[in-house]
Design a protein around this ligand. Structure first.
Ligand code: UD1
Length: 430
């Protein structure tokens, strides 16, 4: 029954150390198999998604040595297969990066179609379009993506939709290609830039990452490197909203404030004080929260992965707000749960119309996906009474030690497994 039990009402106060970006780590781990030399990667978050990807890499002969909790040494010299079909790989979305990486280096791959969060249809047509443009033959074989290429040739690729995954997969497939690839309408997310920096540190020639045109000049080989993953923008943003919602004062440390600009701007707009230093951002929530309109957009717009967290805050604001989701079609599954906690939210199409309430009431709720799960935990922290959040395996896909970090900020939260644990928690928290 793994759940979080939360006794809400405490303002969260203090400092929290932000880990490495899950989504950058997934791309960079996959990319690391493209060199025969050892690669050392630091600041990998110890979360379920990175563990599953490393398990998949080990299944084809990649040797992964854990130097400490967040540092691995990867040796891919003895890869002995290109086929990753086991069921567990479907649990993570980013399994498809192995298609780009294996195809780019070994000219062949067989990878089970990805799963991941249940937030929408999540087609991969743009990935396939990009790979095909490079001369890679892509077919589907009963849920397995099969690629084969004689020679991979640089090309011109225009993405019809801005896709992080397709941008990363094309970069991976093009980095060892013959000639130059121009990728237009590319995603600009920080983890796209981080992957380009990692590959360049291995000898790749990638220019323009972070803009919407990326130019990749193929090189004949990649060499080893030592590289540290950027901090997780979404983990940081989640704690920033935890401050907003609990009337707290939280400093997120080890972050790149520039990556948090859209989040900081919205927090200020709804009445929080936000101050930045070189690698930290402090959020103080001392005034009543104000309503706002938000639309999720590709970077540098407001991230879809922060949409549930801001909705949790706006549901406590003094007035009416509209949250519009423009990236994924199924990202309001948490609304029913919030309504059970007393929120006044109506979903119409891809918008949530929110009328603020003074406070949430504790309830028994379920995490519908990774980010919504984290947002519901924050709602529980602001609620009166006890909240239990079920299905926390989703949250553990992307947040390392989430409840422990919250506890250090003064939250009353425990990870519980049995009814008895819940009784003990209730006795302790009164
Ligand atoms: C990545 C992130 C995820 C984040 C999302 C948007 C990882 C592992 N995951 O997901 O946390 O929420 O970016 O910032 O990094 N699309 C197509 N065809 C395609 C690919 C995408 O139509 O071939 C559409 C999607 O349905 C969606 C939009 O493009 O509407 C953006 O998706 P994309 O950027 O690809 O998301 P992911 O890479 O899957």
């Amino acid at each position: 029954m793994d759940q979080y039990a939360i006794h809400g009402g405490n303002p969260l106060v203090g400092e929290v150390e932000i880990g490495g970006a899950k989504n950058a780590a997934l791309a960079i781990l996959a990319a690391s198999i493209m060199t025969d030399d050892p690669v050392i990667i630091e600041n990998i978050p110890d979360v379920r998604d990175t563990k599953v990807l490393m398990q998949a890499m080990e299944s084809i002969g990649v040797i992964i040595e854990h130097l400490d909790r967040h540092t691995v040494k990867i040796n891919s010299r003895l890869i002995n297969g290109y086929s990753i079909e086991k069921d567990y790989i479907k649990k993570i979305r980013a399994s498809y990066y192995l298609i780009g990486a294996l195809s780019g280096k070994y000219k062949q791959a067989r990878v089970a179609l990805p799963g991941g969060c249940n937030i929408g249809l999540r087609p991969i047509d743009q990935h396939i379009k990009g790979l095909k443009a490079l001369g890679i033959d892509v077919t589907l074989d009963f849920g397995i993506i099969v690629t084969e290429a004689g020679q991979i040739k640089g090309s011109h690729v225009y993405l019809d939709v801005v896709s992080v995954g397709a941008t990363i997969n094309v970069m991976l497939a093009a980095v060892l290609a013959e000639g130059q690839t121009t990728l237009e309408n590319a995603a600009k997310e920080p983890h796209v830039v981080d992957l380009a920096n990692f590959l360049n540190s291995c000898g790749a020639n990638i220019k323009g990452a972070g803009t919407d045109v990326i130019r990749i000049k193929g090189v004949s080989r990649l060499h080893g490197t030592e590289y540290a993953i950027i901090p997780d923008q979404i983990e940081a943003g989640t704690f920033m909203f935890a401050a907003a919602v609990t009337k707290g004062d939280i400093t997120v440390k080890n972050v790149i404030p520039k990556h948090l600009e859209s989040i900081s701007a919205k927090l200020m707009e709804i009445g929080c004080e936000v101050s930045e230093s070189d690698d930290a951002v402090r959020v103080v929530s001392a005034k009543p929260l104000r309503p706002s309109h938000v639309k999720t957009l590709p970077y540098p717009g407001f991230p879809t992965d922060m949409q549930p967290q801001i909705a949790v805050a706006l549901a406590l604001s003094e007035g009416s707000s509209i949250v519009t989701e423009s990236i994924f079609e199924n990202r309001f599954r948490y609304v029913d749960e919030l309504v059970r906690m007393g929120a006044n939210i109506k979903v119409e199409g891809n918008s949530a119309i929110i009328n603020g309430i003074p406070k949430y009431m504790g309830a028994s709720i379920q995490a519908p996906d990774l980010r919504a799960g984290a947002a519901l935990v924050i709602a529980g922290l602001a609620a009166e009474g006890t909240t239990t959040v079920d299905d926390i395996r989703y949250i553990e896909r992307g947040y390392e030690d989430f409840h422990l970090k919250l506890k250090l900020l003064g939250a009353q939260i425990e990870r519980i497994e049995t009814e008895r644990d819940l009784q003990k928690f209730n006795l302790k928290t009164g």
